[in-house]
Design a binder for this molecule. Structure first.
Ligand code: SAH
Length: 455
């Protein structure tokens, strides 16, 4: 069948959205995924390719429009691919995210609970406080920045992005001008010449502070003093400049080595009334408006009592734990990345919080030790990376038996898998999706689990 349908065009109707926000169409019982097609759309679709047994198509012409289809703000969304929902009504996107969480919990967790309506933004534009862009050259040899064309390392130059912080975008433009003027070359993977690989910019939401990180092939950057002087003069918004060296041939953007070229090496921002110092290597949520809502939801769910001992696992720079410390007797946090733990310690001091302890460790190893020593734990916050937690972590959590577990997740699939384990002793009380990534298919979820057994 496959050979006969590839590169042919069919009239298809979109009936659903996949977990990556692609339109789902059916062709004689066969599923075809089509980007930028939404439920209710109907039109001509060319079947482009087959990957891992699944068919993918390209929408050529629409004949029936989904009632939720809108004019996109961004004209390059199809090429960029960052915003799968630029052409979809935001309200419909929020409902899609709610349904996605419910579906995954049912499918992978065998959990059939009501999922609350997704909390979203008023208007999901310019919300992202972190930009990372690759640098390269155009046909005329000029330095440009942009996004990688899907599946390649060719750079498509970009102008305005409606997701990222506007200040950061202006800095990027100026930085690119400086590179061209000084003749500082982007690194070229093929000829292995040049030095600049990426720029990363982090902006503070509440303060006028901006961090610029230049990711370079080696420590040496030609005309470094002139570069630093130009940035200081032409981009005074940049309050700290950091160099990161990444000599590896890899898709990972940041290398291991950081050098502060000026300023303190971190920026400060605040969340739920607590100040945070954020250095280049530390994880920090990218949507400041929705992060406050996310954490507030987590706190409301936890209902921490004055005498509670709280663990913040996978703590990053200690955001959740430090916010919780105002309500708890004691908060312990554990995080793998050393810089983030150092930030957490600094953050506790800066906020005059003395009932908070930050540990650098693997969260599983740490909680296993706590379980072995039968330490007291009343509330557990866990916010693991996309791959979720580990079976050992979960069994140690079950053994410690806190009265409540608040699971913050950025991946409903691994959330469902982990909840399936926890539900042996805990009831899934509330599931609240929060839209941290408007226009993208990712969704953040806060889950409240309360203990059902007495042991
Ligand atoms: N709760 C924080 C961070 C969440 S992101 C916040 O809201 O900002 C997940 C964090 O888990 C990252 O900081 C990552 O460095 C950390 N992490 C990843 N694997 C880990 C492990 N095995 N043990 C402890 N922390 C880990």
């Amino acid at each position: 069948m496959t050979e006969t349908i590839l590169h042919k065009t069919y009239n298809l109707k979109c009936i659903d959205l996949s977990i990556e926000g692609k339109g789902v169409c059916k062709l004689d019982g066969l599923v075809v995924f089509v980007p930028a097609m939404f439920p209710g759309d109907e039109g001509e679709v060319e079947i482009e390719y087959k990957r891992n047994g699944q068919h993918f198509g390209r929408l050529k012409k629409l004949s029936v429009f989904s009632p939720d289809r809108i004019e996109p703000l961004c004209k390059v969304s199809s090429a960029c691919g960052g915003c799968v929902f630029q052409k979809y009504a935001y309200k419909a996107e929020l409902e899609y995210k709610r349904r996605k969480v419910a579906d995954q919990l049912k499918r992978y967790g065998e959990i059939d609970v009501e999922v609350l309506p997704t909390l979203g933004m008023e208007n999901p534009i310019n919300y992202r406080n972190k930009i990372q862009v690759p640098f390269g050259k155009d046909d005329k040899g000029k330095t440009i920045y942009g996004f990688y064309k899907e599946g390649t390392h060719a750079i498509v130059p970009r102008k305005e992005c409606f997701i990222e912080d506007a200040r950061a975008q202006r800095i990027l433009e100026k930085l690119n001008d400086v590179f061209n003027r000084l003749g500082i070359e982007p690194y070229d993977e093929i000829s292995e010449t040049g030095s600049i690989r990426y720029a990363m910019i982090r902006t503070s939401y509440y303060k006028k502070e901006v961090m610029l990180v230049l990711v370079t092939k080696e420590t040496f950057i030609p005309k470094k003093p002139a570069l630093i002087a130009s940035i200081q003069k032409e981009m005074p918004e940049v309050t700290t400049l950091v160099q990161n060296v990444n000599g590896q041939r890899t898709n990972v953007i940041l290398g291991k080595r950081y050098m502060t070229l000026y300023g303190p090496g971190f920026i400060e921002d605040s969340l739920c009334g607590i100040k945070f110092k954020i250095s280049a290597a530390s994880f920090y949520q990218t949507n400041p408006v929705m992060t406050e809502i996310l954490y507030k939801t987590a706190m409301d769910f936890a209902e921490i009592a004055k005498n509670d001992v709280v663990l913040d696992a996978y703590s990053g720079i200690g955001t959740i734990g430090l916010i919780a410390s105002k309500r708890a007797k004691k908060v312990i946090s554990v995080e793998l990345v050393e810089e983030a733990v150092k930030d957490a310690v600094k953050n506790a001091k800066a906020n005059h919080i003395d009932n908070f302890e930050a540990y650098q460790d693997d969260a599983t190893a740490f909680i296993l030790r706590m379980a072995k020593r039968k330490e007291r734990l009343d509330v557990l916050f866990m916010d693991p990376p996309r791959k979720g937690s580990t079976p050992k972590f979960l069994s140690a959590a079950l053994a410690l038996g806190p009265k409540k577990i608040v699971y913050v997740s950025c991946n409903p699939l691994t959330l469902a898998r982990d909840l399936k384990v926890l539900k042996s002793k805990y009831k899934v009380e509330k599931v609240q999706p929060v839209d941290e990534f408007g226009r993208n298919y990712h969704v953040e979820t806060v889950v409240l689990l309360s203990k059902t057994t007495r042991d």
